[in-house]
Write a protein that binds this ligand. Sequence first.
Ligand code: S3P
Length: 429
Amino acid sequence: VTGERITITGARPLRGRLRLPGEKGISHRAVVVGAVARGDTRVRGLAPGDDVTRTSTAMVDLGVGIVVDGEATVISGSGFDGLRAPDGPIDCGNSGTTMRVLAGLLAGRPFSSRLTGDASLATRPMRRVVEPLRALGAHIDGADGGDRAPLDIRGTRLVGRRVELPVASGQVKTAMVLAGLQADGTTEIVEPRPSRDHTERMLVALGAPISRVSDRELRVERGEVDAFDLSVPGDPSSAAYFVVGALVTPGSELVLEGVALNQGRLGFVDALRAMGGAIDVVPRGEQLGEPVGDITVRSSRLQATTVVCQEAFIDEVPALAVAAAFAEGATEFCDAAELRVKESDRVVTTIGMLGALGIEADPRPDGLVVHGGAPRGGTVTSHGDHRIALAAAIAANGIAGTSIIEGWEAIAVSYPRFTEDLAIVTEPA
Ligand code: S3P
């Protein structure tokens, strides 16, 4: 299936100011936390893509009222007990966050439920969330001994315990927090390394019974929160495409406004600065414990470097690989084995994308090496992965020549209005 295809002709500098779509992870969390809060939660700027829509639809399937009121989404929760059994399976689509987070939420509800997903999600590892939830007493079955969707959950009363997570994962940690808020006693969640912390920031700001023991350990007691108002800041992962695009396209100068500046999400900025990128970050405020501000970027000559990815910016590797493609020398991405179990095997699909644009890259068990040079126009396939399609588009915009991206429809999961946003900064009025 080639699906939709777009043609992009560059090079077009990126100039002016842009407001990005709402951060995806915070949006998922706002919908789920709002659904089990007491009262009407108002969220402005919810992430527009299919992934977050899956989470919203799931909450509706569980009996929660969600309506759109102008720019706000109003979520009417009545605590954990307000959720009711869904009429059928809950379809998580392409969204790993929806499936893993809901596993934790539903494990503690007094009814049964089934979580399904698309072909990509059905191949992604679930044992990482199923096993720690089982340690709290959850009854969850799945294909491959519980490692694959569909997941069948027989809700039960959970018991708090100290649980060491097998991997550092923002999704798994969030599932455990939602389970811990429903469990008797204290749940202690220990990660091998820190993962993204949007859940604890939000819940601490809302006064939930949760505390951070260290950057890789949380304590959670049984409890609920009241409804809240939130303006979701711009998504740093979406910002990454434009930051890279402006760096590699001569004549660019771009301001990205109102971006989430959570330090755990800005690893890509540090990596690009290490390559010589001219990037300024200016904090301007806060939303429910999340710093928010502007990112300014100017086109720069980039040099290769070694990028140690870990969890900090694994989602930004396809975009960073584009920066590496335009840089002088060989850039190595290491400590990024998780790339292999994302929406596609992103070691393989990132190398495929670069190869189609005339750039050589070699796979490594835990990452890849990109041999920078002079990318040229070509035909890229997304392999159904939104981040590959978006990274390819920003590369194509920086290349003097014409490129085609096949499977463009994949962008709908995180950034449906990308083409319009690219036009705003490449065709200033
Ligand atoms: C996410 C955490 C990360 C990230 C994913 C979203 C989240 O995955 O790659 O896109 O919302 O918590 P992990 O759960 O593997 O950390």
